[in-house]
Design a protein around this ligand. Structure first.
Ligand code: ADP
Length: 502
Protein backbone atom coordinates (compact mmCIF):
# COMPACT_ATOMS: atom_id res chain seq x y z
CA UNK A 1 0.00 0.00 0.00
CA UNK A 2 2.94 2.31 0.72
CA UNK A 3 3.49 3.09 -2.95
CA UNK A 4 -0.24 3.02 -3.70
CA UNK A 5 -1.08 6.16 -1.79
CA UNK A 6 0.27 9.65 -1.49
CA UNK A 7 -0.01 12.36 1.16
CA UNK A 8 -1.69 15.47 -0.26
CA UNK A 9 -2.43 18.95 1.03
CA UNK A 10 -5.05 21.22 -0.56
CA UNK A 11 -4.91 25.04 -0.78
CA UNK A 12 -7.36 25.18 2.16
CA UNK A 13 -4.71 23.44 4.32
CA UNK A 14 -6.57 20.14 4.46
CA UNK A 15 -4.30 17.06 4.40
CA UNK A 16 -5.26 13.49 3.52
CA UNK A 17 -3.91 10.15 2.34
CA UNK A 18 -4.93 9.72 -1.28
CA UNK A 19 -5.14 6.17 -2.68
CA UNK A 20 -3.61 5.92 -6.15
CA UNK A 21 -4.14 2.27 -7.08
CA UNK A 22 -6.94 0.06 -8.32
CA UNK A 23 -9.38 -1.15 -5.68
CA UNK A 24 -10.14 -4.84 -6.21
CA UNK A 25 -11.36 -7.29 -3.54
CA UNK A 26 -11.06 -4.62 -0.84
CA UNK A 27 -7.35 -4.26 -1.62
CA UNK A 28 -5.21 -1.72 -3.39
CA UNK A 29 -3.32 -3.13 -6.34
CA UNK A 30 -1.15 -1.80 -9.14
CA UNK A 31 -2.33 -1.89 -12.72
CA UNK A 32 -0.83 -4.53 -15.01
CA UNK A 33 0.77 -2.10 -17.45
CA UNK A 34 2.28 0.45 -15.06
CA UNK A 35 0.41 3.22 -16.89
CA UNK A 36 -0.80 6.13 -14.79
CA UNK A 37 -3.19 8.98 -15.53
CA UNK A 38 -2.39 12.42 -14.13
CA UNK A 39 -5.22 14.10 -12.27
CA UNK A 40 -5.06 17.81 -13.02
CA UNK A 41 -6.16 20.63 -10.74
CA UNK A 42 -8.30 22.75 -13.09
CA UNK A 43 -7.68 25.90 -11.02
CA UNK A 44 -3.94 25.82 -11.74
CA UNK A 45 -3.64 23.35 -14.66
CA UNK A 46 -1.01 21.53 -12.56
CA UNK A 47 -0.89 17.84 -11.72
CA UNK A 48 -2.27 16.85 -8.30
CA UNK A 49 -1.07 13.25 -8.48
CA UNK A 50 -1.26 10.34 -10.88
CA UNK A 51 -3.45 7.27 -10.60
CA UNK A 52 -3.02 3.72 -11.89
CA UNK A 53 -4.92 3.17 -15.14
CA UNK A 54 -6.75 -0.14 -15.50
CA UNK A 55 -6.12 -2.28 -18.58
CA UNK A 56 -8.67 -4.75 -19.97
CA UNK A 57 -6.80 -7.41 -17.96
CA UNK A 58 -7.27 -5.43 -14.74
CA UNK A 59 -10.96 -4.93 -15.49
CA UNK A 60 -11.26 -8.68 -15.97
CA UNK A 61 -9.67 -9.20 -12.54
CA UNK A 62 -12.20 -6.81 -10.99
CA UNK A 63 -15.09 -8.57 -12.74
CA UNK A 64 -13.88 -11.93 -11.42
CA UNK A 65 -13.75 -10.49 -7.89
CA UNK A 66 -17.30 -9.12 -8.28
CA UNK A 67 -18.52 -12.48 -9.62
CA UNK A 68 -16.94 -14.38 -6.72
CA UNK A 69 -18.46 -11.91 -4.24
CA UNK A 70 -21.91 -12.36 -5.78
CA UNK A 71 -21.71 -16.08 -5.01
CA UNK A 72 -20.09 -15.61 -1.61
CA UNK A 73 -22.60 -16.54 1.12
CA UNK A 74 -21.40 -13.48 3.08
CA UNK A 75 -23.09 -11.32 0.44
CA UNK A 76 -25.54 -13.60 -1.36
CA UNK A 77 -27.25 -14.74 1.83
CA UNK A 78 -26.94 -11.50 3.75
CA UNK A 79 -30.46 -10.41 4.75
CA UNK A 80 -31.60 -7.12 3.29
CA UNK A 81 -31.71 -5.55 6.73
CA UNK A 82 -27.98 -6.19 7.13
CA UNK A 83 -27.18 -4.83 3.69
CA UNK A 84 -29.13 -1.74 4.76
CA UNK A 85 -27.05 -1.46 7.93
CA UNK A 86 -23.81 -1.59 5.93
CA UNK A 87 -25.14 1.15 3.66
CA UNK A 88 -26.19 3.29 6.60
CA UNK A 89 -22.73 2.86 8.10
CA UNK A 90 -21.23 3.97 4.78
CA UNK A 91 -23.53 7.02 4.70
CA UNK A 92 -22.37 7.92 8.21
CA UNK A 93 -18.70 7.52 7.26
CA UNK A 94 -19.25 9.80 4.26
CA UNK A 95 -20.63 12.42 6.63
CA UNK A 96 -17.77 11.91 9.08
CA UNK A 97 -15.31 12.51 6.22
CA UNK A 98 -17.31 15.34 4.66
CA UNK A 99 -14.54 17.96 4.79
CA UNK A 100 -11.94 15.66 3.26
CA UNK A 101 -14.24 14.42 0.50
CA UNK A 102 -15.41 17.97 -0.28
CA UNK A 103 -11.80 19.17 -0.43
CA UNK A 104 -10.85 16.38 -2.82
CA UNK A 105 -13.90 17.06 -5.01
CA UNK A 106 -13.00 20.73 -5.27
CA UNK A 107 -9.31 20.28 -6.01
CA UNK A 108 -9.98 17.60 -8.64
CA UNK A 109 -13.16 18.94 -10.27
CA UNK A 110 -12.93 22.70 -9.65
CA UNK A 111 -16.41 23.18 -8.17
CA UNK A 112 -16.64 25.68 -5.31
CA UNK A 113 -15.84 24.15 -1.93
CA UNK A 114 -19.10 25.44 -0.44
CA UNK A 115 -20.99 23.55 -3.18
CA UNK A 116 -18.97 20.34 -2.68
CA UNK A 117 -19.41 20.51 1.08
CA UNK A 118 -23.09 21.50 1.26
CA UNK A 119 -24.60 20.05 -1.90
CA UNK A 120 -22.54 17.18 -3.31
CA UNK A 121 -21.72 15.59 0.03
CA UNK A 122 -25.29 15.85 1.31
CA UNK A 123 -26.56 14.25 -1.88
CA UNK A 124 -23.93 11.50 -1.73
CA UNK A 125 -24.59 10.51 1.89
CA UNK A 126 -28.38 10.84 1.62
CA UNK A 127 -28.59 8.80 -1.57
CA UNK A 128 -26.71 5.91 0.05
CA UNK A 129 -28.88 6.26 3.18
CA UNK A 130 -32.11 6.44 1.15
CA UNK A 131 -31.33 3.24 -0.74
CA UNK A 132 -30.08 1.61 2.46
CA UNK A 133 -33.64 2.05 3.66
CA UNK A 134 -34.90 0.10 0.63
CA UNK A 135 -32.55 -2.86 1.15
CA UNK A 136 -35.13 -4.80 3.20
CA UNK A 137 -38.08 -3.61 1.11
CA UNK A 138 -37.28 -5.22 -2.22
CA UNK A 139 -39.84 -7.99 -2.62
CA UNK A 140 -42.24 -9.53 -5.11
CA UNK A 141 -45.97 -10.16 -5.49
CA UNK A 142 -48.42 -13.02 -5.28
CA UNK A 143 -50.56 -13.31 -8.41
CA UNK A 144 -53.81 -15.28 -8.33
CA UNK A 145 -54.97 -16.65 -11.66
CA UNK A 146 -57.54 -19.47 -11.27
CA UNK A 147 -58.44 -21.60 -8.25
CA UNK A 148 -55.94 -24.13 -9.59
CA UNK A 149 -53.01 -21.89 -10.06
CA UNK A 150 -51.19 -18.97 -8.63
CA UNK A 151 -47.75 -17.52 -9.05
CA UNK A 152 -45.38 -15.45 -7.03
CA UNK A 153 -42.55 -13.23 -8.07
CA UNK A 154 -39.21 -12.70 -6.42
CA UNK A 155 -36.78 -9.91 -7.16
CA UNK A 156 -33.25 -11.13 -7.66
CA UNK A 157 -30.07 -9.11 -8.15
CA UNK A 158 -29.14 -8.53 -11.79
CA UNK A 159 -25.62 -9.75 -10.97
CA UNK A 160 -22.29 -8.08 -11.68
CA UNK A 161 -22.94 -4.43 -12.54
CA UNK A 162 -20.50 -2.26 -14.48
CA UNK A 163 -20.95 1.40 -13.60
CA UNK A 164 -19.32 4.17 -15.63
CA UNK A 165 -19.25 7.54 -13.90
CA UNK A 166 -18.87 11.07 -15.33
CA UNK A 167 -16.68 13.89 -13.97
CA UNK A 168 -19.28 16.60 -13.20
CA UNK A 169 -20.52 15.21 -9.86
CA UNK A 170 -18.07 12.36 -9.21
CA UNK A 171 -19.18 11.27 -5.73
CA UNK A 172 -22.88 11.96 -6.19
CA UNK A 173 -22.98 10.08 -9.50
CA UNK A 174 -21.19 7.15 -7.85
CA UNK A 175 -23.79 7.21 -5.04
CA UNK A 176 -26.69 7.29 -7.53
CA UNK A 177 -25.39 4.05 -8.99
CA UNK A 178 -24.00 2.29 -5.92
CA UNK A 179 -27.12 2.95 -3.83
CA UNK A 180 -29.72 0.95 -5.79
CA UNK A 181 -27.18 -1.67 -6.89
CA UNK A 182 -26.17 -2.52 -3.33
CA UNK A 183 -29.71 -2.28 -1.95
CA UNK A 184 -30.77 -4.95 -4.46
CA UNK A 185 -27.83 -7.24 -3.59
CA UNK A 186 -25.69 -6.82 -6.70
CA UNK A 187 -21.93 -6.54 -6.88
CA UNK A 188 -20.19 -3.72 -8.70
CA UNK A 189 -17.21 -2.79 -10.82
CA UNK A 190 -17.21 0.99 -10.95
CA UNK A 191 -15.09 3.10 -13.27
CA UNK A 192 -14.69 6.74 -12.27
CA UNK A 193 -14.09 9.36 -14.95
CA UNK A 194 -10.34 9.51 -15.53
CA UNK A 195 -10.46 13.31 -15.09
CA UNK A 196 -11.81 13.09 -11.49
CA UNK A 197 -11.06 9.76 -9.81
CA UNK A 198 -9.67 11.02 -6.48
CA UNK A 199 -12.79 11.33 -4.31
CA UNK A 200 -14.19 7.97 -5.41
CA UNK A 201 -10.89 6.26 -4.60
CA UNK A 202 -10.97 7.83 -1.14
CA UNK A 203 -14.54 6.51 -0.78
CA UNK A 204 -13.21 2.99 -1.41
CA UNK A 205 -11.48 2.99 1.98
CA UNK A 206 -14.76 3.97 3.63
CA UNK A 207 -16.45 0.99 1.93
CA UNK A 208 -13.93 -1.29 3.64
CA UNK A 209 -14.35 0.54 6.94
CA UNK A 210 -18.14 0.17 6.73
CA UNK A 211 -17.64 -3.61 6.57
CA UNK A 212 -18.63 -4.56 3.01
CA UNK A 213 -17.25 -8.02 2.10
CA UNK A 214 -14.34 -8.11 -0.40
CA UNK A 215 -15.33 -7.90 -4.07
CA UNK A 216 -18.77 -6.37 -3.53
CA UNK A 217 -17.52 -2.98 -4.76
CA UNK A 218 -14.45 -2.75 -7.00
CA UNK A 219 -13.18 0.55 -8.34
CA UNK A 220 -10.95 0.76 -11.38
CA UNK A 221 -9.85 4.11 -12.67
CA UNK A 222 -8.92 4.15 -16.34
CA UNK A 223 -9.43 5.57 -19.79
CA UNK A 224 -12.93 5.34 -21.21
CA UNK A 225 -11.81 3.69 -24.42
CA UNK A 226 -9.79 1.07 -22.50
CA UNK A 227 -11.24 0.34 -19.05
CA UNK A 228 -14.75 1.62 -19.83
CA UNK A 229 -14.88 -0.32 -23.08
CA UNK A 230 -13.54 -3.46 -21.39
CA UNK A 231 -16.35 -3.25 -18.84
CA UNK A 232 -19.08 -2.53 -21.40
CA UNK A 233 -18.00 -5.42 -23.63
CA UNK A 234 -17.16 -7.95 -20.90
CA UNK A 235 -19.00 -11.25 -21.33
CA UNK A 236 -19.36 -11.81 -17.59
CA UNK A 237 -20.84 -8.39 -16.72
CA UNK A 238 -24.63 -8.54 -16.46
CA UNK A 239 -25.46 -4.86 -16.46
CA UNK A 240 -23.94 -1.60 -17.53
CA UNK A 241 -25.05 1.73 -16.10
CA UNK A 242 -23.58 4.80 -17.72
CA UNK A 243 -23.76 8.54 -17.29
CA UNK A 244 -22.00 10.71 -19.86
CA UNK A 245 -22.29 11.99 -23.39
CA UNK A 246 -24.82 10.71 -25.90
CA UNK A 247 -22.02 9.91 -28.36
CA UNK A 248 -20.29 7.62 -25.83
CA UNK A 249 -23.63 6.07 -24.82
CA UNK A 250 -24.17 4.98 -28.41
CA UNK A 251 -20.83 3.16 -28.39
CA UNK A 252 -21.58 1.60 -25.02
CA UNK A 253 -24.93 0.33 -26.24
CA UNK A 254 -23.20 -1.42 -29.12
CA UNK A 255 -20.55 -2.94 -26.87
CA UNK A 256 -23.14 -4.00 -24.29
CA UNK A 257 -24.99 -5.94 -26.98
CA UNK A 258 -22.30 -8.67 -26.99
CA UNK A 259 -24.15 -10.49 -24.20
CA UNK A 260 -27.37 -8.43 -24.18
CA UNK A 261 -26.49 -6.60 -20.99
CA UNK A 262 -29.22 -4.89 -19.03
CA UNK A 263 -28.45 -1.24 -19.79
CA UNK A 264 -29.29 2.12 -18.26
CA UNK A 265 -27.99 5.26 -19.91
CA UNK A 266 -28.18 8.82 -18.67
CA UNK A 267 -26.84 11.05 -21.40
CA UNK A 268 -26.86 14.57 -22.77
CA UNK A 269 -29.43 17.32 -22.89
CA UNK A 270 -30.30 20.76 -24.17
CA UNK A 271 -33.09 21.44 -21.73
CA UNK A 272 -35.55 24.29 -22.33
CA UNK A 273 -36.73 26.79 -19.72
CA UNK A 274 -39.94 28.58 -20.71
CA UNK A 275 -40.95 31.90 -19.16
CA UNK A 276 -44.57 32.93 -19.82
CA UNK A 277 -45.79 36.55 -19.64
CA UNK A 278 -47.58 35.86 -16.35
CA UNK A 279 -44.51 34.43 -14.59
CA UNK A 280 -43.13 35.83 -11.36
CA UNK A 281 -40.22 37.52 -13.11
CA UNK A 282 -37.87 37.67 -10.15
CA UNK A 283 -38.42 33.98 -9.39
CA UNK A 284 -37.90 33.04 -13.06
CA UNK A 285 -34.64 34.99 -13.26
CA UNK A 286 -33.20 33.45 -10.10
CA UNK A 287 -33.93 29.88 -11.19
CA UNK A 288 -32.97 30.48 -14.81
CA UNK A 289 -29.57 31.62 -13.57
CA UNK A 290 -29.10 28.61 -11.26
CA UNK A 291 -30.42 26.31 -13.98
CA UNK A 292 -27.56 27.05 -16.33
CA UNK A 293 -24.72 28.59 -14.29
CA UNK A 294 -24.61 26.21 -11.29
CA UNK A 295 -21.68 23.74 -11.30
CA UNK A 296 -19.98 25.79 -14.05
CA UNK A 297 -22.84 24.82 -16.36
CA UNK A 298 -21.59 21.24 -16.31
CA UNK A 299 -24.92 19.54 -15.71
CA UNK A 300 -26.69 17.24 -18.14
CA UNK A 301 -30.05 18.75 -17.13
CA UNK A 302 -28.82 22.37 -17.34
CA UNK A 303 -31.63 24.52 -18.72
CA UNK A 304 -29.41 25.89 -21.45
CA UNK A 305 -32.17 27.17 -23.79
CA UNK A 306 -34.25 29.97 -22.29
CA UNK A 307 -37.48 30.77 -24.15
CA UNK A 308 -39.21 33.97 -23.08
CA UNK A 309 -42.64 35.23 -24.16
CA UNK A 310 -42.60 38.45 -26.20
CA UNK A 311 -44.18 40.83 -23.73
CA UNK A 312 -41.65 40.28 -20.95
CA UNK A 313 -38.62 39.41 -23.10
CA UNK A 314 -36.78 42.72 -22.68
CA UNK A 315 -37.40 42.93 -18.95
CA UNK A 316 -36.31 39.30 -18.46
CA UNK A 317 -33.12 39.82 -20.45
CA UNK A 318 -32.10 42.89 -18.48
CA UNK A 319 -32.80 41.19 -15.15
CA UNK A 320 -31.00 37.99 -16.22
CA UNK A 321 -27.89 39.91 -17.31
CA UNK A 322 -27.90 41.72 -13.97
CA UNK A 323 -28.25 38.42 -12.10
CA UNK A 324 -25.26 36.95 -13.94
CA UNK A 325 -23.22 40.08 -13.25
CA UNK A 326 -24.13 40.18 -9.56
CA UNK A 327 -24.16 36.49 -8.66
CA UNK A 328 -21.93 34.56 -11.07
CA UNK A 329 -18.68 35.53 -9.38
CA UNK A 330 -15.90 33.61 -11.11
CA UNK A 331 -12.92 32.82 -8.91
CA UNK A 332 -10.82 30.42 -6.88
CA UNK A 333 -13.11 27.57 -5.83
CA UNK A 334 -11.68 27.60 -2.31
CA UNK A 335 -12.75 31.25 -1.87
CA UNK A 336 -15.98 31.56 0.10
CA UNK A 337 -17.49 34.13 -2.28
CA UNK A 338 -16.92 32.14 -5.48
CA UNK A 339 -19.99 31.02 -7.41
CA UNK A 340 -18.21 29.68 -10.49
CA UNK A 341 -14.90 27.81 -10.47
CA UNK A 342 -12.90 26.59 -13.46
CA UNK A 343 -14.22 24.17 -16.07
CA UNK A 344 -13.06 20.64 -15.32
CA UNK A 345 -10.44 20.25 -18.05
CA UNK A 346 -8.63 22.04 -20.85
CA UNK A 347 -10.78 20.00 -23.26
CA UNK A 348 -14.02 21.35 -21.78
CA UNK A 349 -12.65 24.88 -21.74
CA UNK A 350 -11.69 24.53 -25.42
CA UNK A 351 -15.12 23.11 -26.23
CA UNK A 352 -16.90 26.10 -24.72
CA UNK A 353 -14.63 28.59 -26.46
CA UNK A 354 -15.22 26.80 -29.77
CA UNK A 355 -18.99 27.18 -29.28
CA UNK A 356 -18.47 30.91 -28.71
CA UNK A 357 -16.97 30.97 -32.20
CA UNK A 358 -19.88 28.92 -33.55
CA UNK A 359 -22.40 31.36 -32.03
CA UNK A 360 -20.59 34.35 -33.53
CA UNK A 361 -20.34 32.71 -36.95
CA UNK A 362 -24.07 31.92 -36.82
CA UNK A 363 -24.68 35.65 -36.26
CA UNK A 364 -26.25 35.26 -32.84
CA UNK A 365 -25.61 38.24 -30.55
CA UNK A 366 -23.07 37.77 -27.78
CA UNK A 367 -24.40 39.94 -24.97
CA UNK A 368 -22.10 38.84 -22.17
CA UNK A 369 -18.95 36.76 -21.56
CA UNK A 370 -17.57 34.62 -24.38
CA UNK A 371 -14.06 35.12 -23.03
CA UNK A 372 -11.57 33.32 -20.81
CA UNK A 373 -11.24 34.58 -17.25
CA UNK A 374 -7.65 34.94 -16.11
CA UNK A 375 -8.07 36.51 -12.68
CA UNK A 376 -7.02 33.49 -10.59
CA UNK A 377 -3.36 32.71 -9.74
CA UNK A 378 -1.07 32.79 -12.76
CA UNK A 379 -4.05 32.69 -15.14
CA UNK A 380 -3.44 29.12 -16.35
CA UNK A 381 -6.68 27.65 -14.95
CA UNK A 382 -9.62 26.67 -17.16
CA UNK A 383 -11.89 29.60 -16.30
CA UNK A 384 -14.42 31.11 -18.69
CA UNK A 385 -16.76 34.02 -18.24
CA UNK A 386 -20.48 33.23 -18.04
CA UNK A 387 -21.73 33.56 -21.59
CA UNK A 388 -25.10 34.70 -22.97
CA UNK A 389 -26.20 34.66 -26.61
CA UNK A 390 -29.44 36.23 -27.85
CA UNK A 391 -31.05 36.48 -31.30
CA UNK A 392 -30.78 32.72 -31.47
CA UNK A 393 -32.99 30.64 -33.75
CA UNK A 394 -33.82 26.92 -33.52
CA UNK A 395 -31.79 26.22 -36.68
CA UNK A 396 -28.56 27.32 -35.04
CA UNK A 397 -26.08 24.80 -33.66
CA UNK A 398 -25.87 26.75 -30.38
CA UNK A 399 -29.63 26.16 -29.99
CA UNK A 400 -29.39 22.44 -30.76
CA UNK A 401 -26.04 21.19 -29.43
CA UNK A 402 -25.01 20.59 -25.83
CA UNK A 403 -22.15 22.88 -24.81
CA UNK A 404 -21.78 21.78 -21.17
CA UNK A 405 -20.58 25.04 -19.74
CA UNK A 406 -21.81 28.40 -18.39
CA UNK A 407 -23.24 29.13 -21.82
CA UNK A 408 -26.89 29.99 -22.41
CA UNK A 409 -28.99 30.90 -25.42
CA UNK A 410 -32.04 33.12 -24.97
CA UNK A 411 -34.81 33.49 -27.51
CA UNK A 412 -38.42 34.64 -27.66
CA UNK A 413 -41.78 33.03 -28.42
CA UNK A 414 -45.26 34.40 -29.07
CA UNK A 415 -47.78 31.92 -27.63
CA UNK A 416 -48.09 28.62 -25.79
CA UNK A 417 -48.17 26.51 -28.95
CA UNK A 418 -45.04 28.23 -30.19
CA UNK A 419 -43.28 27.63 -26.85
CA UNK A 420 -44.07 23.91 -26.84
CA UNK A 421 -42.92 23.50 -30.43
CA UNK A 422 -39.67 25.31 -29.76
CA UNK A 423 -39.06 23.40 -26.52
CA UNK A 424 -39.55 20.06 -28.27
CA UNK A 425 -37.41 20.99 -31.27
CA UNK A 426 -34.49 18.94 -29.96
CA UNK A 427 -32.90 15.51 -30.29
CA UNK A 428 -32.75 15.50 -26.49
CA UNK A 429 -35.43 15.12 -23.82
CA UNK A 430 -33.89 15.29 -20.38
CA UNK A 431 -34.96 18.21 -18.19
CA UNK A 432 -37.26 21.17 -18.78
CA UNK A 433 -38.64 24.06 -16.75
CA UNK A 434 -41.57 26.42 -17.08
CA UNK A 435 -42.54 29.58 -15.25
CA UNK A 436 -46.14 30.71 -15.00
CA UNK A 437 -48.61 31.69 -12.28
CA UNK A 438 -51.45 30.08 -14.24
CA UNK A 439 -52.07 26.70 -12.60
CA UNK A 440 -53.84 25.02 -15.48
CA UNK A 441 -51.32 26.23 -18.03
CA UNK A 442 -48.49 24.87 -15.88
CA UNK A 443 -49.86 21.33 -15.87
CA UNK A 444 -51.09 21.46 -19.47
CA UNK A 445 -47.66 22.47 -20.76
CA UNK A 446 -45.83 20.06 -18.42
CA UNK A 447 -47.69 17.18 -20.09
CA UNK A 448 -46.77 18.30 -23.58
CA UNK A 449 -43.04 18.72 -23.09
CA UNK A 450 -40.95 15.82 -24.36
CA UNK A 451 -38.68 15.32 -21.36
CA UNK A 452 -38.06 12.96 -18.50
CA UNK A 453 -38.41 15.78 -15.97
CA UNK A 454 -40.34 19.06 -15.82
CA UNK A 455 -39.74 21.69 -13.16
CA UNK A 456 -42.68 24.03 -12.56
CA UNK A 457 -41.40 27.36 -11.25
CA UNK A 458 -37.89 26.05 -10.52
CA UNK A 459 -34.99 24.46 -12.37
CA UNK A 460 -32.59 21.64 -11.55
CA UNK A 461 -33.63 21.18 -7.95
CA UNK A 462 -33.32 17.40 -8.44
CA UNK A 463 -33.65 15.16 -5.43
CA UNK A 464 -32.59 11.56 -4.66
CA UNK A 465 -36.23 10.69 -3.83
CA UNK A 466 -37.48 11.66 -7.29
CA UNK A 467 -36.89 9.66 -10.51
CA UNK A 468 -34.28 11.11 -12.85
CA UNK A 469 -33.71 10.25 -16.50
CA UNK A 470 -34.49 11.15 -20.07
CA UNK A 471 -36.43 10.38 -23.22
CA UNK A 472 -35.33 10.66 -26.87
CA UNK A 473 -31.50 10.80 -27.06
CA UNK A 474 -31.16 11.68 -23.39
CA UNK A 475 -31.14 8.13 -22.18
CA UNK A 476 -32.79 4.89 -21.25
CA UNK A 477 -34.13 3.99 -17.82
CA UNK A 478 -34.44 5.92 -14.58
CA UNK A 479 -32.15 6.51 -11.63
CA UNK A 480 -33.11 7.74 -8.15
CA UNK A 481 -36.37 7.35 -6.28
CA UNK A 482 -38.15 4.04 -6.04
CA UNK A 483 -37.98 3.89 -9.84
CA UNK A 484 -34.20 3.60 -9.60
CA UNK A 485 -34.50 0.14 -8.05
CA UNK A 486 -36.12 -1.33 -11.16
CA UNK A 487 -32.82 -1.17 -13.01
CA UNK A 488 -31.05 -3.34 -10.44
CA UNK A 489 -33.27 -6.39 -9.95
CA UNK A 490 -34.73 -9.04 -12.19
CA UNK A 491 -38.24 -10.30 -11.57
CA UNK A 492 -38.50 -14.08 -11.46
CA UNK A 493 -42.01 -15.54 -11.81
CA UNK A 494 -42.59 -18.83 -9.99
CA UNK A 495 -45.68 -20.68 -11.25
CA UNK A 496 -47.49 -22.97 -8.82
CA UNK A 497 -49.91 -25.59 -10.14
CA UNK A 498 -52.48 -26.73 -7.55
CA UNK A 499 -54.29 -29.28 -9.72
CA UNK A 500 -53.29 -32.94 -9.60
CA UNK A 501 -54.54 -33.82 -13.10
CA UNK A 502 -54.24 -31.88 -16.35
P1 ADP B 1 -17.18 13.56 -21.71
O1 ADP B 1 -17.08 13.57 -23.20
O2 ADP B 1 -18.03 14.64 -21.18
O3 ADP B 1 -15.89 13.40 -20.98
P2 ADP B 1 -17.83 10.79 -21.76
O4 ADP B 1 -19.15 10.27 -22.14
O5 ADP B 1 -16.72 10.62 -22.74
O6 ADP B 1 -18.04 12.29 -21.36
O7 ADP B 1 -17.33 10.16 -20.38
C1 ADP B 1 -18.16 9.69 -19.36
C2 ADP B 1 -17.60 8.40 -18.83
O8 ADP B 1 -17.57 7.46 -19.89
C3 ADP B 1 -16.16 8.48 -18.31
O9 ADP B 1 -16.01 7.61 -17.20
C4 ADP B 1 -15.36 7.98 -19.50
O10 ADP B 1 -14.10 7.42 -19.13
C5 ADP B 1 -16.27 6.91 -20.03
N1 ADP B 1 -16.03 6.59 -21.45
C6 ADP B 1 -15.59 7.41 -22.44
N2 ADP B 1 -15.47 6.74 -23.60
C7 ADP B 1 -15.85 5.46 -23.36
C8 ADP B 1 -15.95 4.28 -24.17
N3 ADP B 1 -15.63 4.28 -25.46
N4 ADP B 1 -16.37 3.14 -23.57
C9 ADP B 1 -16.72 3.12 -22.26
N5 ADP B 1 -16.63 4.20 -21.46
C10 ADP B 1 -16.21 5.36 -21.99
Amino acid sequence: MADLSVQLTAPNGHTWTQPTGLFINNQWVKCSTGEKIASINPTTAKEITSIHAASAQDVDKAVKAARAALNNPCWRDLPGIDRGKLMNRLAQLIEDNRATLATIETIDNGKPYSVSFNDDLTETAETIRYYGGYADKVFGQVIDTTPDKFAYTVREPVGVCGQIIPWNFPLAMAAWKLGPALACGNTVVLKPAEQTPLSILFLANLIVEAGFPPGVVNIVNGHGAVAGAALASHMDVDKIAFTGSTATAKQIMKMASVNLKNTTLETGGKSPLIVFNDADLEQAVEWAHIGIMYNQGQICTATSRILVQDEIYDRFLEAFKAQVKNVSKVGDPFEESTFQGPQVTQAQYDRIMSYVDVGKSEKATLVSGGKPFSGVGDGKGFFVEPTIFTDVTPKMRIYQEEVFGPFVVITRFSDEKDAIEMANDSAYGLGSALFTTNLTRAHRVAKKIEAGMVWINSSNDSDWRIPFGGVKQSGIGRELGEAGLAAYSNIKAIHVNMKSKL
